[in-house]
Design a protein around this ligand. Structure first.
Ligand SMILES: Cc1cc2nc3c(=O)[nH]c(=O)nc-3n(C[C@H](O)[C@H](O)[C@H](O)COP(=O)(O)OP(=O)(O)OC[C@H]3O[C@@H](n4cnc5c(N)ncnc54)[C@H](O)[C@@H]3O)c2cc1C
Length: 478
């Protein structure tokens, strides 16, 4: 791997030794993300102001230094790992947030934490709906780069639906703004949307204007339990057919429920241990909810084997805590997880559930599955023991079968995590050759020397073959 010694020294002279770090601890901390595979960079840049990024990129572009942008490193896809070495730009210190209460907009820097943005908006009566489970850690820059979603997707949409304008730098180091802080903008090509979901490969986002909506006046949480997974899916479809749009509608299959129960030492639904559940939240005006509740209770009576309303916000919170813990808790079932955030169209829900139970049987592996049933984004977790060769082989075969089936059903290989390294073997399962060629042409136009996040997206990498670090991250279950 080239050392880029002299250009790194030049950068240090320009920005100072407090901004450009080359000590072992800083390099180690920036060498991996939540995929836990380490690729050491040669320098870490911690910009004090946005303009520092332009300086670094101009130099990197001239000397062809690979540059990987990093938010909090919570991506599970390896997208923030500097596979080609070079420089890492750590955005965490650029974290200003200001709310415009008249326009209903948030002006944020890319290192702002998503939960902090939500709290700042809420303090002024506004609501920023995108809600990744990692929100206490991840940055808005990372969310924009991955087009992150979360539990609110079905009703409100994902990060893309809340971006009004972006600013930042091209690979050349030139400053650009895509859009203005106005609700309408139709002046030229929409490169803003091209940056959203581009995983740090088309430009560096330094700031954004976000759309806010009024805080819902009332919320209501209902837990429902089903005979089996197919019954749960049938019930969800029946609810959506009535044009009820829950703010959250989370499905947990039997294996996920059992994991959550073990992790929290509680029964998700007393009397219904180990049954699949759908946990839903309605949000809206007081009158709207008053009208909807009887409809939803009648639906639950018809479809669920049991249901329970949360009587207070605190009780609702304990139910949601169970849901949030189930992912980490799966490591009871194996020390390795292929976490696939696939999307299935609603018309294929039942076919997919049948496929999944066949996949569990054929692979002999636990595959706990949970997710956002109002937008089809299900998290399929293929669990295995890394040192067990038969299990590792079965997991690889299972992930391949999963991806091909999802695409054949009209779905997507990722709904919110992106491609990074982990999904690279499946890019061509999702996209025709002409589509990949068009994406490459965009990349070449905006980053002709290929300095931004090289080694991602286009070159297939079997990430599960790499040794994983043994390290505990703050968001890990144990
Ligand atoms: C416990 C847990 C729960 C999660 N839950 C969810 C969930 O519910 N929904 C969901 O969508 N995701 C979820 N994720 C995945 C992850 O949190 C998101 O992908 C998040 O958007 C990453 O943000 P980050 O700040 O950590 O970015 P990083 O992981 O640091 O980077 C992610 C990608 O964004 C790029 N990037 C970061 N900042 C910028 C920038 N300013 N400009 C350009 N590119 C940039 C990086 O280069 C990289 O490609 C979860 C992860 C964990 C560990």
């Amino acid at each position: 791997m080239p050392s880029f010694r002299s250009v790194t020294l030049q950068l240090k002279r320009r920005l100072g030794a407090k901004v450009v770090l080359t000590d072992a601890a800083a390099l180690f901390a920036a060498s991996f993300d939540s995929s836990k595979i380490s690729f050491p960079p040669v320098a870490v840049i911690k910009p004090r102001k946005e303009a520092d990024i332009g300086v670094a990129l101009a130099l990197a572009n001239r000397h062809h230094v690979p540059v990987t942008v990093r938010g909090r490193g919570t991506t599970l896809m390896g997208s923030a790992a500097p596979v080609r070495g070079g420089w890492v730009i750590d955005m965490m210190a650029l974290n200003r947030i200001s709310i415009d209460p008249e326009a209903g907009m948030a002006h944020v820097q890319c290192g702002a934490k998503v939960a902090d943005i939500q709290r700042a908006a809420e303090a002024k009566g506004w609501f920023y709906p995108p809600d990744p489970s990692s929100k206490e850690y991840c940055t808005i820059g990372g969310n924009i780069a991955c087009n992150a979603g979360g539990m609110h997707g079905g009703k409100y949409g994902v990060t893309r639906d809340f971006i009004i304008a972006l600013r930042g730098f091209l690979a050349s180091g030139e400053y650009v703004e895509w859009g203005t802080a106005t609700k309408k903008f139709s002046a030229g090509f929409n490169l803003r949307d091209l940056w959203i979901g581009s995983e740090g490969m088309l430009g560096v986002v330094t700031g954004a204007v976000l759309k806010l909506i009024p805080q819902p006046a009332a919320r209501w949480t209902l837990l429902t339990s089903y005979r089996d997974e197919a019954a749960a899916m049938r019930a969800a479809l029946a609810l959506f057919r009535q044009r009820v749009q829950p703010a959250i509608c989370e499905f947990l299959d039997r294996e996920s429920v059992v994991c959550a129960e073990r992790a929290t030492q509680t029964t998700v639904f007393p009397g219904q241990a180990g049954r699949p559940v759908i946990l839903l939240e309605l949000a809206g005006g007081v009158a709207e909810l008053r009208e909807l509740k009887p409809l939803v209770l009648a639906w639950a009576k018809n479809h669920a084997v049991a249901f329970r309303e949360a009587k207070s916000r605190a009780e609702a919170e304990t139910l949601w805590a169970v849901r949030r813990k189930c992912s980490g808790a799966m490591f009871e079932l194996g020390d390795a997880k292929l976490n696939e955030d696939i999307v299935v169209p609603m018309r294929s829900y039942l076919k997919f559930i049948r496929f999944l139970s066949g996949l569990k049987r054929r692979s002999g592996l636990p595959i706990p599955t949970f997710g956002h049933v109002a937008d089809g984004n299900l998290h399929v977790n293929i669990m295995y023991h890394r040192a067990n060769r038969a299990e590792a082989k079965a997991a690889e075969a299972a992930v391949n079968e999963l991806m091909r089936t999802v695409v054949a059903l009209g779905g997507a290989i990722s709904g919110e995590h992106g491609i990074g390294l982990a999904k690279t073997p499946f890019l061509r399962v999702q996209h025709r050759a002409a589509q990949v060629k068009a994406m490459r042409a965009v990349k070449d136009a905006l980053d002709p020397h290929g300095i931004l996040n090289p080694g991602k997206m286009f070159e297939p990498v079997r990430i599960w073959k790499y040794p994983k670090m043994t390290i505990h991250l703050p968001w890990d279950h144990k």
